[in-house]
Design a protein around this ligand. Structure first.
Ligand code: AMP
Ligand code: ZN
Length: 468
């Protein structure tokens, strides 16, 4: 299995640190709004990477953080007149709903920066003790000149960067020893959340969060660290400087970065205002279509979002779902149980599609070619399965389709519609939860029903419901 390592700029054979295990960290979003579909790209791509490792038999420890303290969160909180905690809590919950819709597997752990401050303070302290950091007026900076490998991931010319940055220094930063030095701890400003530290009250810089959370939940050395390509510099470069200086060993073996999701060939981003939220897309499409669209390109290539490509993804996906549906129908009506010898030969040939699927995924997760292999398998199913096929043959082919689409995070089983009786039972459970003042559970049930297209209406005569 080969993967492209940003560090070496080459495809390398994957060799885990520990046999049969993968330790993987993916930088998560800053939670101050609904996520946009650009943010969804790393989520979908690296969830697929995880799923493929699992398919290959690895046990994957998958950690992805939420950055829940940040200037943008504080700004939004001030605008709304609520606490920063309220903003981050709300958007973590919304983000998790979107992730669920995109069939992203829950991480082994989603650490929150605000719950890990103590560990970050310890790490900063260790860096100061080793001479890799210094404090000036309540701010702690990382001393980049001290770390001899600084720049090894981004392959940048540091002297150019230094002279460029010199003129860009913002006021108050002239206390830095070097323009490339970055903040590990910043002092409290009025009205901002703050924590105690040896350097006074304040909060951590963004980069130290990931170094600490990765170490705490995965250990000092990990197999894979991933995120969008805008994170290579400075975020990941700085994480390396922090972690390797503090721990005295190589931090990450393989660095994986996804290309941008563009719109009109420009990066989709909140600041440019050219974005669609995942929630908006979900009003028009099943989010499986979005997932399928993202995987139709190689994860390192730029991908342009357009209505045409979404429609193409929709019809491609439908072809697969229809084939699976047909097999289910045939299975329900099959006249014989076991495969004939002839069927056994035909079935053996289907292995060829599994081989091409694996070959594509083994080559740096080439999902575009993997999807082509699934289409070939579906075509094969359509031409070989019919009313005369045995149950064993139909089930065999169906299981193959499920096995491969599951790696892509696509669910082919028809979503079973809720029966009226089930709905009534859930409504009753919600009423009971409310009586016990368990409003969290009551809301959860309402959302669960909404996700299945059932809308509740609380009226004076009781709860009424309708299908959306
Ligand atoms: P942020 O909340 O901006 O820190 O972004 C969270 C993740 O989404 C990071 O891995 C970013 O690199 C990634 N990301 C943001 N915008 C895009 C985009 N337009 N295309 C692909 N990835 C993106
Ligand atoms: Zn990070």
């Amino acid at each position: 299995m080969k993967l492209y390592n940003t560090m070496s700029k080459k495809k390398e054979e994957f060799v885990p640190l520990e046999d049969g295990h993968v330790k993987m960290y993916v930088c998560g979003p800053t939670v101050y709004n609904f996520i946009h579909i650009g943010n969804a790209r790393p989520m979908i791509v690296f969830d697929t990477v995880r799923r493929y490792f699992e398919y290959k038999g690895y046990d994957v420890n998958f950690v992805s953080n939420f950055t829940d303290v940040d200037d943008k969160i504080i700004k939004k909180a001030i605008e709304e007149g609520v606490t920063a905690g309220e903003i981050s809590k709300r958007y973590i919950a919304e983000c998790k709903k979107d992730m669920d819709g995109m069939n992203i597997k829950p991480a082994t752990k989603n650490p929150l920066a605000t719950e890990e401050i103590g560990g970050m303070v310890d790490m900063i302290q260790a860096l100061i003790e080793k001479g890799y950091a210094y404090e000036k007026n309540g701010t702690v900076y990382y001393r980049t000149r001290r770390f001899k490998d600084y720049g090894k991931l981004s392959h940048k010319n540091l002297d150019d960067l230094r002279s460029g940055n010199r003129s860009l220094l913002v006021s108050g930063e002239d206390e830095k020893e070097d323009p490339l030095d970055f903040v590990l701890w910043k002092p409290k400003k009025e009205g901002e959340p703050a924590w105690k530290s040896p350097w006074g009250e304040g909060r951590p810089g963004w980069h130290i969060e990931c170094s600490e959370m990765s170490k705490k939940y995965l250990g000092e050395q990990i197999d894979i660290h991933a995120g969008g390509e805008d994170l290579v510099f400075p975020h990941h470069e700085n994480e390396i400087a922090q972690s390797e200086a503090a721990n005295g060993k190589e931090f990450t073996k393989y660095w994986l970065h996804n290309g941008f999701l563009n719109i009109d060939n420009r990066k989709m981003s909140k600041s440019l205002g050219n974005f669609f939220t995942v929630r908006e897309i979900s009003e028009k499409y099943d989010l499986q279509v979005l997932r399928f669209f993202m995987l139709s390109a190689h994860y390192r290539s730029p991908l342009n979002f357009s209505a045409d490509l979404m429609e193409a993804a929709k019809s491609g996906l439908e072809r697969i779902l229809t084939a699976a549906d047909n097999l289910q129908f045939l299975l329900g009506n099959a006249k014989t149980e076991t495969m004939t010898d002839g069927e056994r030969d035909v079935f053996a040939k289907s292995q060829e599609f599994v081989d091409s699927f694996e070959k594509a995924m083994d080559d740096d997760f080439n999902t575009a070619d993997a999807i082509a292999a699934v289409f070939d398998l579906v075509k094969y199913a359509n031409t070989t399965a019919n009313g005369e096929s045995s149950e064993e043959y139909l089930q065999g082919i169906y299981d193959l389709i499920v096995k491969l689409t599951d790696v892509l995070g696509i669910v082919v089983e028809k979503k079973t519609e809720l029966l009226d009786g089930d709905i009534d039972a859930l409504i009753q459970e919600r009423q009971n939860a409310r009586k016990e003042r368990n409003f969290a559970r009551a809301d959860e049930i309402r959302d669960e029903l909404l996700a299945k297209g059932i809308i509740l209406e609380d009226t004076r005569e009781g709860v009424k419901w309708k299908r959306a």
